[in-house]
Design a protein around this ligand. Structure first.
Ligand SMILES: Nc1ncnc2c1ncn2[C@@H]1O[C@H](COP(=O)(O)OP(=O)(O)OP(=O)(O)O)[C@@H](O)[C@H]1O
Length: 325
């Protein structure tokens, strides 16, 4: 045995003793295309078994980041590790499933042949029965023997999902996986993502469908103009709660009490108080009791939480603030 092989084995043994590394780790990614900066210092982590959403407006740099993660585009600066390895490492490659934003599969092959080809490329032994189950999971169970050239765009995207999942990946990167899908297809993808999460597979999901992201993602990174504008778990990002009240006979003291509870806006008799995230459960009944004590007539009290869409628009319009990580 050569000295180099011995050293490699020793390094592998040392690595095997370490806790599992993050599914995705990237730090300081930069990319310029000619004079345009597409990605400007992006860093984030996707933990094992976590579903992370990548959100942001057109041209924010989402696809550029994904391509750098996968080693398809070379960053000008920054580092990437997938499953603890460089993206081009064959170990990582075989364990990462990818659905590109612009997908196209060999039109002369059948759906079953496309899956068989990708399994061979990944170097994983997946029996034909399991490949057929993969097609069924994306709604193509009865089209396995049909040529891809005759597939609709949505069917090709479904096939792309099956390709991304067929080699039993530990990490799946999906770039707008539902862009060509009908509402039923989108619901299928949601179920698929939830079943991946249940199996401990990490997912990085780039989608403009905010409701989809809100339903399945544990954490979200929001990109804007090539930078991370906000990042965090959904409760962290949506932390603020709103309280909508319909009130009359609101005097200066009552107004001050409302303003002390949180950011106050008013339209006629409708008052909205944006409450801090860490408020305890007694805060709302206490507020209402105080208002009544100050002579206010309380017609309605309606609690609410802002949606991810509202939060995203707020972040993109006002820019990142210090409260966000
Ligand atoms: N190959 C390329 N050559 C030149 N510019 C590019 C290239 N790829 C991306 N860009 C530019 O980089 C910026 C980010 O593009 P990117 O595709 O990463 O954005 P995105 O957030 O994925 O957008 P969308 O939501 O529209 O898909 C854009 O200004 C785009 O024009």
């Amino acid at each position: 045995m050569t000295g180099q092989a011995t050293r490699q084995e020793a390094a592998q043994r040392a690595l095997a003793g370490l806790p599992p590394s993050a599914a995705v780790w990237c730090s300081g990614l930069h990319k310029r295309y000619r004079r345009r900066t597409a990605v400007d210092g992006v860093s984030f982590t996707v933990e094992r078994g976590e579903v992370m959403g990548l959100l942001g407006p057109n041209g924010a740099g989402k696809t550029s980041v994904i391509k750098m993660l996968l080693g398809l585009v070379r960053p000008d600066a920054g580092e990437v590790l997938l499953l603890g390895r460089p993206a081009r490492d064959p170990y990582a490659r075989a364990r990462v499933g990818y659905l590109p934003e612009l997908f196209r599969y060999q039109p002369w092959l059948t759906a079953a042949e496309v899956l068989a080809l990708h399994v061979r490329l990944a170097g994983v032994a997946v029996p034909a029965g399991e490949r057929q189950e993969g097609l069924a999971a994306v709604g193509l169970g009865d089209r396995a023997g049909d040529r891809v050239g005759g597939f609709s765009k949505g069917m090709q995207q479904r096939l792309g999902l099956a390709v991304a999942l067929v080699a039993r990946p530990e990490l799946v990167i999906l770039d707008e996986p539902t862009s060509a899908l009908d509402p039923l297809g989108r619901a299928d993808v949601r179920d698929l993502l939830l079943s991946l999460k249940a199996r401990g597979v990490a997912v990085l999901l780039n989608s403009h469908l905010i409701g989809e992201v809100e339903r399945v993602c544990d954490r979200v990174v929001i990109l804007d103009k090539g930078r991370v504008a906000a990042a965090g778990t959904l409760p962290e990002l949506l932390g603020q709660r709103e309280l909508r009240l319909r009130l009359d006979r609101v005097g200066p003291e009552a107004r001050a009490r409302l303003a002390a509870a949180g950011r106050l806006t008013r339209g006629g008799d409708a008052y909205t108080v944006t409450l801090p995230a860490e408020l305890d459960d007694a805060a709302v009944p206490d507020l209402v009791a105080d208002l009544v004590g100050l002579g206010v007539r309380v017609h309605a009290v309606e609690p609410g939480r802002i949606s991810l869409e509202e939060r995203l628009l707020d972040i993109l319009r006002t820019g990142p603030s210090e409260e966000r990580s």
